[in-house]
Design a protein around this ligand. Structure first.
Ligand code: GLU
Length: 378
């Protein structure tokens, strides 16, 4: 074991964990759903949740499952055929997870995402809120790309990167990619007897990328290259990532017991990374002005509430980035606003518990949540 130690490869040491499951682990081309494997995985998940870990699943397998159910011949499918196969497969996947998790008294919630759900701020906020609500209710989100409607130009195509976006979206602290290979090797292990497993990747350098290019995994759609792409998305967003094998039963338990794995360190300063990320997505169409009390609260790291809001200027929609100004017009920072300008206008100076009466729906208490805010004055 290297300098990092076993602890960081133990999912129990994390609060919120995304587990990505590849098609080949879940669906056997000959026999279909690997029911026992899935049941054992649900057992692992149940153990994690009992230890207070929040778990999200990003599962592939819709197309593979659809192929099996429809008895489709081997070979490449046309786009509309794989989309149709995914629709057949996804409904079965959902059923299988639901049944598997129910055995352990857990509920499943299915979320099918397209690229624009994670790349457009407004939709991103929506998806994130839904997933967070599921987690609050202790239900397990089962997430996949919405293959049946996502066309080739606007799709992820691989669930490695989708899982990484989901992980950063929900501020997960760990992403586990269950793969057909037990980690990143210095060379393709099937061909090179001198290939060594890399246990820890403190930073994804060009050397690491080159190794990934050479060391493709056997079956998964994305191969090692998309896993490293996923690693970049995850670690830059402050999420650690682990690649380990999911081939055997109880892959999470095995990981906890020290199975081979590659651990990718999250960015040294994830808060700064996230702040840089928000600052990099500026859309300064609108601005909001806060009173002195709110200004002080922001400096203490609090979220912005409507009670401290005195004026809004310009046009913006929920999910846009706006400028935050002090009462004397000083730029305090930027943040992603949770309300459209018209709704925000109605709520100026009001308490959070009045939101429902004024708007007719219960929106977020915060105008801008502190996680969605970058202050320029500290
Ligand atoms: N979303 C695809 C499916 O469920 C899988 C994508 C991937 O293999 O990464 O079939």
């Amino acid at each position: 074991m290297g300098v990092v130690g076993d602890k960081l490869k133990n999912p129990n040491a994390y609060k919120r964990v995304v587990i990505k499951i590849g098609s080949a682990l879940l669906v056997d081309a000959q026999t279909g759903l690997r029911k026992e494997w899935l049941n054992n995985l649900c057992d692992d998940i149940s153990q994690l949740t009992q230890n207070g870990v929040e778990v999200l699943i990003v599962s592939s397998g819709a197309i593979a499952m659809g192929r099996k159910i429809l008895n489709l011949p081997k070979g490449t499918l046309k786009l509309e055929q794989s989309q149709a196969a995914a629709s057949v497969g996804q409904i079965e996947l959902g059923r299988a997870y639901n049944e598997g998790l129910q055995t352990y008294d857990l509920s499943a919630g299915q979320i099918l995402l397209t690229l624009s759900d994670t790349e457009t701020r407004r939709r991103y906020l929506n998806a994130r809120a839904t997933i967070n609500a599921l987690l609050e209710w202790k239900a397990i989100p089962i997430i996949n790309e919405n293959d049946s409607v996502a066309t080739s130009e606007i799709r992820y195509g691989d669930n490695d990167r989708l899982a990484a976006r989901v992980a950063t979206m929900v501020s997960a602290d760990l992403l586990i990619l269950l793969s057909d290979i037990d980690g990143l090797y210095t060379a393709p292990p099937h061909f090179d007897p001198n290939a060594e497993l890399i246990e820890e990747v403190p930073e994804i350098t060009s050397d690491i990328e080159a190794m990934a290019g050479a060391a493709a995994s056997e079956l998964s759609r994305g191969g090692m290259v998309t896993k490293i792409e996923a690693g970049k998305i995850a670690t830059e967003g402050g999420t650690a990532m682990i690649i380990t094998s999911g081939k055997e039963a109880h892959p999470i338990k095995r990981l906890i017991n020290g199975a081979n794995a590659t651990w990718f360190a999250p960015s040294n300063n994830p808060v700064t990374a996230r702040k840089r990320w928000i600052a990099g997505h500026l859309n300064t169409g609108g601005q909001i002005i806060v009173d002195e009390g709110a200004e002080n609260a922001l400096m203490l790291g609090k979220s912005l509430l409507f009670a401290g809001l005195t004026r809004i200027e310009g046009q913006f929609k929920r999910g846009d980035t706006v400028k935050i100004l002090s009462h004397n017009n000083r730029l305090l920072g930027h943040g992603i606003i949770a309300y459209d300008a018209a709704d925000a206008q109605k709520l100026i100076g009001h308490n959070s518990n009045e939101i429902i009466d004024i708007l007719g729906y219960k929106g977020r208490n915060e105008v801008i949540h502190r996680d969605d805010m970058v202050l320029t004055v500290e």
